[in-house]
Design a protein around this ligand. Structure first.
Ligand code: ASP
Ligand code: MG
Length: 438
């Protein structure tokens, strides 16, 4: 079994969907095809939801009407057969009637989740219909029948596995289509794996069915050695270990959802990133194998980081201090990314400021707290990186005139991280690129 995931741009137009059908036909054996929403749709649904939250229902309806028109055109361009066109126009109308009744409901968190689920529900339906219109059979398996979240809104792999295995038993078809992103929460309601979550859906599915491989089809030829939007030229990486890919996805490479490597790594399912626009390109293979040659592989950057410096008010009895600090972050379920410590102070970073005020207030009761927003983590990834002679000096030489706020070295053999003010990001990436990939 293989899992093939196609992102928003890969299903972003009728022509692209047709291409996806060709790609699937070229992959032998049984496969689960995970689709994102048509590109732009989830953003539009979020804006509809936001209008509702702000009690601007007329604006919400206007945006929904425009989106419906786009889907009508999409259907007309996707199908040749008049019956298919009519049937799918009806489907689109029904979907938008549902969206309209959601708009008219009283706004709640649950309503917001229902809005954003509609994109994947539409793309998968239309794609399954398209396959049928060209005489190819496929089964549409609703993700809400198996993809399950736990009480912390994280994927519940155990339940997902049981439900998916039982659903697969009754499907004889070789091509199974399902929605990325959406899932059922503990209350039984429609929920999701957060923005960009279709990658995560694919690796969760790949992990629980122990797939031979998960293919993430996107609009770039793999993970690159630096951010192509900031530095040119970059090149795709042929191979990454799970650890390297995980660090890159978490610390800024936009190609993958930050957590999607975790399930694949747990069950050692290889992940291959492929380019829909250039299917013959090698892409990036992410697997358990480690490249033997120690080397710097890639650089990534994560913006909107907040640095927090906590200085103990007491010079003695330093033990227990870190625990008290960390407990506050735990209480507010705010993950810490980077940490550095000295005798009397600890600096750490977070990427979610939702509870910053409470966190600051609580820690201020026994320590001095300084907060710096708008920082960037620069992450240098490779194998045995901390043991490789000359890497450290090359990095610091390259960043000679950049004010480095924090350094994390030696926490993992795959990663050296630096914190710099956001306005130095571009300069840092360019200079590191020159120094490390000569
Ligand atoms: N459609 C969702 C989003 O735009 C999920 C995804 O595409 O991965 O965030
Ligand atoms: Mg994505």
């Amino acid at each position: 079994m293989k899992v093939l995931k196609f992102g928003g741009t890969s299903v972003g137009s009728p022509q692209r969907m047709m291409q996806v059908a060709d790609i699937i036909a070229g992959v032998h054996g049984k496969k689960i095809v995970v689709l994102s929403a048509v590109s732009g749709t989830t953003n539009t649904l979020v804006s509809i939801s936001d209008f509702c939250q702000n009690d601007q229902k007329e604006e919400a309806i206007k945006v929904a009407e425009e989106l419906k028109e786009q889907y009508h055109q999409f259907v007309k361009d996707l199908f040749n057969d008049e019956d298919f066109v009519l049937r799918n126009i009806d489907f689109v109308n029904q979907k938008f009637a549902d969206i309209k009744s959601l708009i008219n409901e009283e706004f709640k968190e649950q309503v917001a989740k229902m809005f954003v689920a509609q994109g994947e529900l539409m793309s998968t339906h239309l794609f399954t219909e398209y396959l049928s219109s060209i005489g190819k059979s496929a089964t549409l398996l609703p993700a809400l029948d198996f993809m399950t979240l736990d009480e912390y809104a994280e994927p519940d792999l155990k339940t997902t596995k049981v439900k998916l295995e039982s659903a697969l038993k009754s499907i004889g078809e070789n091509v199974i289509i399902t929605q990325g992103y959406i899932a059922r929460n503990v209350s039984g309601g429609t929920d999701n794996l957060r923005r960009g979550g279709s990658d995560y859906s694919a690796t969760i599915i790949g992990a629980v069915v122990k797939a031979e491989e998960v293919q993430i089809w996107t609009d770039i030829d793999g993970m690159h050695n630096n951010d192509p939007r900031v530095v040119q030229p970059t090149h795709p990486l042929a191979h990454l270990s799970f650890e390297e890919a995980s660090e890159l996805a978490y610390f800024g490479a936009k190609v993958l959802h930050p957590h999607c490597i975790v399930p694949a790594q747990m069950f050692e399912v290889p992940v291959r990133i492929k380019n829909t626009m250039d299917p013959k390109a090698h892409g990036t293979l992410i697997s358990v194998e480690k490249d033997t040659e120690a080397a710097v592989k890639a650089i990534a950057a994560k913006d909107h980081i907040t640095a927090i410096k906590v200085k103990s008010n007491r010079m003695v009895m330093a033990y227990g201090f870190l625990r008290r600090v960390f407990e506050v972050f735990e209480k507010y379920r705010t993950p810490i990314d980077m940490i550095t410590t000295s005798e009397i102070a600890v600096s750490l970073t977070i990427d979610n400021n939702e509870h910053l005020r409470e966190i600051k207030e609580e820690i201020s009761q026994y320590a001095t707290v300084e907060v710096d927003k708008d920082q960037t983590i620069i992450c240098i990834v490779g194998d045995l990186i901390a043991e490789r002679k000359g890497v450290g000096s090359a990095i610091f030489e390259a960043l000679d005139d950049i004010p480095i706020r924090m350094i994390s070295y030696g926490g993992s053999r795959n990663n050296i991280s630096l914190l710099v003010p956001q306005e130095y990001k571009k300069d840092s990436l360019v200079k590191l690129h020159k120094a490390l990939f000569k």
